[in-house]
Design a binder for this molecule. Structure first.
Ligand code: IMP
Length: 432
């Protein structure tokens, strides 16, 4: 009987999911990405080398692991080829990668439109990665999108391309942007298709075949729950749902396969781009965390906004994603802070509220209610088990469990693969 583990970001993305997914991916027979695209970005460090991934699943480093880019993703074929080339240049040549025929395909006008919409939003800009994610998902749902499988049928691809351009070129013209030529796009994508063809397949069938065997299957979420198109801080969100609830749809499996969900929780909070952030720090504690945690975007290089851990957000995302364990990352970054704070709840217009409000207007008015805990001075980057942690670090983790109702299952104290230890026995079954 196969076992499944979903890894989801529980805050605003950049929780260190890459590191946690990599930790489990080494023991996985299959790793499946189910939403988002190359707006995700993370680096993985091992054997003294640093690798960067955007849309490719984290199991790519292990030749025995089958990697799947699921139907729920938005995939830019040219970007996939660039990512593969960069990996191959660093010696990652032996891999198994499959791309869903049903995944939405990022076309060259999507990043252009993403940039143009952002420009037109002025002060109200979302701060997107400008990879074309929103415009591509919009076209999918407007049913004028193109899909990866179209690449396998050149005549059909051409037909779909012309239908899409009949809608897109007038829009580009209206925005004062250059139009796209069908012949040029056709040639560019057919060249990519020639290279990707062996990888393009019905991945839902592939994943289900693996589920029927005796395999460790990891579902890798991208971004974080507060960037969820449905449950996040709309409109300052991405255009998909990073929730574990979207794994079945985005991978093409039945929901009852999902049992264990690891929520990646950074020991503090960060956010890139615009939007409300109730526990944001604007002082030297925040600056110190940003520097020690290297909180600068992997995709865009932007400095991330930094704040205290928000247990209100964690409770909310745990409920929405069915999180069974927290995997707490970057705990080491908090070393040396005298007094730590965790937001235990929000007050809105003089009342304590149970759940984050739905509008930005209300979220901007919430006041975080903090609990304070004494910090620890010790460098914990060499700690290899829970028992070795300073008592105050243990207390901090216990507080997370108490405030969220979800136990801490794994702790990460540095970027390296070895700086990770499991606390909850149940997660050990995913380690072979
Ligand atoms: P988009 O996904 O490029 O449309 O960007 C929408 C919002 O999600 C922006 O605030 C981005 O900064 C944010 N975002 C997208 N991907 C990530 C990620 O992987 N980590 C953190 N933030 C992200």
């Amino acid at each position: 009987m196969s076992q499944t583990l979903v890894v989801v970001g529980s805050q605003w993305g950049d929780e260190g999911k890459g590191k946690i997914t990599d930790y489990f991916a080494r023991h996985a027979d299959m790793v499946v990405r189910y939403q988002g695209g190359n707006n995700a970005g993370h680096s993985v460090a091992f054997d003294g080398k640093k690798y960067s991934l955007q849309s490719i699943p984290s199991g790519i480093f292990n030749p025995a692991t089958v990697n799947v880019m699921g139907n729920g993703m938005v995939i830019d074929p040219l970007s996939v080829l660039r990512e593969l080339k960069a990996l191959e240049e660093k010696g990652i040549k032996d891999y198994q990668l499959f791309i869903s025929t049903r995944a939405a395909m990022v076309m060259p006008w999507h990043p252009v439109l993403d940039g143009a919409y952002e420009g037109n939003r002025g002060e109200a800009k979302i701060g997107t990665t400008k990879k074309g994610i929103g415009p591509c998902y919009s076209d999918k749902y407007s049913r004028i999108g193109m899909r990866i499988g179209d690449l396998l049928e050149p005549d059909y691809f051409r037909e779909r391309l012309e239908a899409a351009l009949a809608v897109k070129n007038p829009e580009l013209r209206m925005l004062g942007l250059p139009e796209f030529n069908a012949d040029e796009v056709f040639d560019l994508y057919m060249e990519a298709a020639a290279k990707l063809r062996p990888m393009i397949t019905d991945t839902s069938a592939l994943v289900n075949r693996h589920l029927e065997g005796d395999n460790n299957i990891l579902f890798e979420g991208a971004q974080g729950m507060m960037l969820c198109i449905d449950h996040g801080t709309y409109p300052y969100v991405t255009s998909s749902s990073p929730s574990a609830a979207s794994a079945p749809v985005g991978a093409g499996i039945a929901p009852q396969w999902i049992k264990t969900v690891a929520g990646v929780l950074k020991a503090y909070c960060t956010r890139v781009g615009e939007g409300p952030f109730p526990t944001e720090l604007h002082d030297e504690i925040g600056d110190g965390i940003r520097e020690r945690g290297h909180e600068y975007g992997t995709v865009t290089g932007r400095p991330r906004r930094v704040g205290w851990l928000d247990a209100q957000v964690a409770r909310y995302t745990a409920r929405l994603s069915g999180i069974t364990h927290w995997t707490v990352t970057l705990l080491d970054v908090l070393s040396g802070i005298d007094t730590l704070r965790i937001c235990k709840g929000y007050e809105l217009d003089g009342e304590i509220i149970e759940n984050p409000p739905s509008t930005i207007a209300a979220l901007q008015r919430v006041k975080p209610i903090f609990v304070e805990l004494p910090g620890w001075k010790e460098d914990i980057t060499g700690v290899t088990s829970y028992d070795q942690l300073p008592q105050n670090a243990k207390n901090y983790l216990a507080k997370i469990g108490e405030l969220t109702g979800v136990p801490v299952g794994l702790v990460s104290v540095g970027p390296d693969r070895d700086q990770t230890f499991i606390v909850a026995d149940e997660l050990k079954k995913f380690i072979k």
